[in-house]
Design a binder for this molecule. Structure first.
Ligand code: KIV
Ligand code: ZN
Length: 499
């Protein structure tokens, strides 16, 4: 009989704690809906007490996303637990996740409390949360650096108080697979009431071992894994969902009788969506969903794959949602072929959205001979999920070269008015951004600027991602065009419009 691993996705909570990865309420909902399609069992939608915005975002997800359990995080405090409950109670399946640190380091320096106090507080918090919500998870924060006997006592106490899931976090990504496996086994062997709860794990990636530690725990009895899309998360991130899921699916010889409910064909699309909305690009060599994950460069490898795929491929690209197509669209392609291709790529657009995307496709097809699937995805991402534009680009003009001071003139539309400004800069992009700042009154700094080519070829679409900080907020933006200056302007404007 197959045993199912509960996939607990914390992209919207721990993932959003990645520096610069903040998401607005609509973006969180869009990702949560895609996570439900992907088939995750639990969505940790946020930390409701942390800000009014996060409270509203969790509430919005709880109200509008059906299927998965919707979970809110809380410290062991009445006000946190109340906020978490009020945010998730609109879900048909609400959960409160309470955490309290248990390691000597955290108890001594952060909480300034002794073991007995922590034990009592943990049990009280779970009991209080349980009086409000039927489904309670408890995490002894920094569990991997917690003294083992104390960890066992805390786990026993919170289960007795009503926790149905006990989550063992490697909060600082310090553990290693053998050690983490023995922590999980120790809990199984030494906590008398462990049979009444699901053991969960939550591994950070500071030593690059988040996935390995999670998998070692699964082999030793953990039945819930906490993870994030693209491995996003605090510092070096959390264990990556796609890597855990595909390891379990690919190595059935090792994970005997174990499976997840994830629809793996949705992995690539989910990864792209999260990358786009958080502004965190996926490195090309990222396992499972990186653009090079299935690309064979060495001649000997290409030869092998052509003779027999399994010589160098342990998974099929289509199993994780990489769709390859021989059909390349161009400027003579009609709406039917375009719509059909989008449907195959997994986009279900309404008529108005198709009209918009088709318009952009035609404009790009005029500049570019062949429009590939990656181009189409970028066009749709750009056109369809655009946030309302307060400032809209009308025209731009740049002068640049090694003998002239780079200069830009930008015209934007704002509330039906055309507004212009010019500026010089260190380069053409800098000049454009300074001109935009003059028009929009943006005062901030550019934290990150990245450019990538969506496909190969001299006429490829360039996609720019930026991150800007203004008034203590960090927002990201993306833009694409066959002209990289235009892509840079669009990316910056999309971030400014978010602000
Ligand atoms: O890393 C951690 O310990 C956490 C807890 C809140 C589970 O994120
Ligand atoms: Zn964490």
């Amino acid at each position: 009989m197959s045993e199912k691993i509960i996939v607990f996705d914390t992209t919207l909570r721990d993932g959003e704690q990645s520096p610069g990865a903040s998401l607005n309420i609509n973006e969180k909902l869009e990702i949560a809906k895609q996570l439900a399609i992907l088939g995750v069992d639990v969505i940790e939608a946020g930390f409701p007490i942390s800000s009014p915005g996060d409270f509203e975002a969790v509430k919005n997800v709880a109200k509008n996303v059906k299927g998965p359990i919707i979970c809110g995080l809380a410290r062991a405090l009445e006000k946190d637990i109340d906020a978490a409950y009020n945010a998730v109670k609109g879900s048909g399946r609400p959960r409160i996740h309470v955490f309290l640190a248990t390691s000597n380091i955290h108890m001594k320096y952060k909480l300034k409390k002794a073991e007995d106090e922590i034990l009592k507080l943990a049990a009280w918090a779970v009991k209080y949360a349980k009086s409000r919500c039927g489904d309670i998870e408890f995490s002894p924060e920094d569990a991997s650096r917690t003294e083992r006997d104390f960890l066992h006592r805390v786990v026993e106490a919170v289960i007795a108080a009503g926790a149905a899931t006990v989550n063992i976090p490697d909060t600082v990504g310090y553990s290693t697979p053998f050690e983490f496996a023995s922590i999980i086994k120790g809990i199984k062997d030494n906590v008398p009431n462990i049979g009444k709860a699901v053991i969960s794990v939550h591994c950070h990636n500071d030593l690059g071992l988040g996935v390995s530690n999670s998998l070692a725990a699964v082999l030793n009895g953990a039945r819930q894994v906490e993870c994030t899309i693209n491995g996003l998360g605090e510092r070096a991130g959390n264990a990556s969902l796609e890597e855990i899921v595909m390891a379990i699916r690919t190595r059935t010889d090792i994970f005997k009788g174990i499976s997840t409910g994830i629809n793996t064909k949705e992995l690539y699309k989910t990864s792209r969506l999260v990358s786009k909305l958080t502004g965190m690009p996926v490195q090309p060599n990222k396992a499972i969903i990186g653009s090079n994950a299935f690309a064979h460069e060495a001649g000997i490898h290409q030869d092998g794959v052509l003779k027999e795929r399994i010589t160098y491929e342990i998974m099929r690209p289509e199993d994780v949602g990489f769709e390859s197509s021989n059909i390349v669209l161009g400027k003579h392609s009609g709406r039917h072929a375009f719509t059909e291709r989008l449907r195959k790529l997994g986009f279900n657009l309404n008529k108005e959205q198709i009209d918009k995307a088709f318009g952009s496709f035609k404009a790009i097809a005029d500049k570019k001979k062949e429009v590939f699937d990656e181009d189409l995805e970028t066009i749709v991402d750009e056109e369809i999920s655009k946030i309302p534009e307060k400032f809209h680009l009308l025209h731009f003009y740049i002068a640049s070269g090694d003998q002239v001071k780079p200069t830009a003139k930008i015209s934007l539309k704002f509330e039906a008015k055309e507004m212009d400004a010019s500026s010089t800069g260190d380069g053409p992009v800098d000049a454009c951004y300074k001109a935009i700042d003059k028009i929009t009154g943006t005062k901030g700094s550019l934290l990150d600027y990245q450019i990538r080519s969506v496909t190969s070829g001299k006429d490829a679409l360039g996609e720019v991602s930026v991150k800007i900080e203004s008034k203590a907020r960090i927002v990201s933006g993306r833009g694409a065009s066959t002209d990289i200056i235009e892509a840079s302007i669009k990316a910056y404007l999309s971030a400014v419009n978010k602000l």
